[in-house]
Design a protein around this ligand. Structure first.
Ligand code: CA
Length: 431
């Protein structure tokens, strides 16, 4: 497995010390350049290595070539389906071509395009999207707002809770978020009204890309589950809290969540994340152990990730006054009560078929302390305590013109840090 045994530099100068895309990351995505067709690329520094152009150089052969050929349709589904071996073969070839001192530098240099001149697209055709609820601090914080004495329902510590979300409204970073209309029940009234949501919120999540799928009726065991995961991205599960409060019982979220979901367009592979794996944090005393089908020694020892997560806001006024985006949240994926492998295995325990390119959301990843809450619902206690911004403005929920930025970064002493790239969306008025 390609870890970071020695710290190596790239001949792509901007990659060295790059916040997101040094040589050690090599995430895959789908981009277009001018009027050209969508095609697969790899982020390196401020450039994208065009895999179609690389293929035509004849420098790549064997399994790595097969991997590139699986990306030629302009989506990564077929590449994901090839699984771990193909992904590692491609990663090794890319590394050997981009490392400092590599042969063929001039030929490979011809395959680089300036990322700033490109448009990023969704990396895969997403057939199904499931949003989990594995951030236990978020579950407690939200539970407390509704049930102060009993924030967590009894199933939480046994079941990686989730619901089936809407795949058709997932968009890459940068697409505007139109304030949705919906039914809400005004305070003290018994009849709902239709109108733009007044309680628009963000949710800080990671996205999990399903690699190899499974057959209908077939369980993916916990020991095999990580072979079925291709990589991670950032995910903002935009939420209309007033719509949600009225519609969610008894079947869960519906239109309060399905108007748009924003993801970061680069797939950060499991191989790039390998150095940032951690043991799954020990459950507090008194918590039950997971049922056997969700328990594996390797997953418990290695199944969590140490990824720093951040949310920033920039309002219209902040932009016009030249004020930088302001941090709302700083948290970490170590707050996940279930591992990504447990999420995937649980999803298939009933025989549900997953397909390459399916996407999971983790659920909001809040920490336990103020400053670590992954949504405004938690930060403002349901709108009761506004946040004061550097512009002097207050926010209980999001206003038109507000832009929300999610960031993710993996940091470990002695290792080159990697990031996930941008995941942003700006609120525009309802129609
Ligand atoms: Ca969510």
């Amino acid at each position: 497995m390609s870890g970071q045994t020695t710290i190596q530099r790239s001949w792509v100068e901007a990659a060295n010390g790059h916040a997101d895309f040094p040589l050690q990351n090599l995430p895959l995505g789908i981009f277009s350049h001018g009027d050209d067709q969508k095609r697969a690329g790899v982020a390196i520094g401020d450039s994208i290595l065009d895999l179609r152009a690389l293929r035509s150089t004849g420098l790549v052969a064997g399994e790595a070539l097969q991997a590139i050929e699986a990306t030629q349709s302009g989506v990564l589904n077929a590449f994901f389906e090839l699984g771990l071996v193909a992904r590692v073969a491609l990663r090794e070839v890319l590394h050997s071509l981009l490392v400092e001192g590599a042969q063929h530098r001039q030929v490979v240099e011809e395959c680089l395009v300036n990322a700033a001149d490109c448009v990023m697209h969704l990396p895969a055709r997403i057939n199904d999207y499931t949003d989990f609820y594995v951030g236990i601090e978020h579950a407690k914080n939200v539970g407390k707002l509704f049930r102060p004495d009993n924030p967590l329902l009894p199933n939480y510590k046994y079941v990686p809770i989730g619901y089936h979300g809407r795949a058709s409204t997932i968009r890459p970073s940068g697409v505007d978020v139109q304030r949705p209309n919906g039914q809400t029940l005004p305070a003290g009234e018994s009849t709902p009204v239709l109108g733009p949501t007044a309680r628009l919120d963000y949710e800080l999540e990671i996205g999990v890309w399903v690699g190899k799928g499974n057959q209908l009726g077939e369980l993916v065991s916990i020991s095999e589950a990580s072979d079925h995961i291709a990589g991670l991205c950032l995910l903002n599960d935009w939420s209309a809290r007033d719509v949600q409060a009225w519609e969610y019982q008894p079947l869960g979220p519906f239109l309060s969540k399905s108007f748009i979901t924003t993801i970061s367009p680069w797939v950060v592979t499991m191989e790039a994340l390998e150095p940032f794996r951690r043991p799954q944090p020990k459950r507090p005393d008194g918590d039950p152990q997971p049922l056997t089908y969700l328990l594996s020694e390797i997953d418990q020892a290695h199944g969590a990730f140490d990824i720093e997560l951040e949310v920033l806001i920039q309002t219209e006024r902040m932009r016009s006054e030249g004020l930088s985006p302001q941090r709302l949240t700083l948290s970490n994926t170590l707050s996940m009560y279930w591992t990504v492998a447990q999420m995937l295995t649980h999803h298939t325990v009933n025989g549900c078929q997953l397909q390459a390119g399916d996407l999971f959301g983790s659920g909001t990843l809040s920490g336990a302390e103020p400053g670590q809450y992954g949504s405004l619902l938690e930060i403002t206690e349901g709108g009761k305590k506004p946040v004061v911004l550097s512009s002097g403005e207050e926010r209980r929920f999001l206003e038109d013109g507000d832009e929300i930025f999610l960031r993710a970064r993996c940091v470990r002493p002695g290792m080159v840090s990697i990031g996930f790239g941008e995941c942003r969306g700006k609120i525009v008025k309802a129609c």
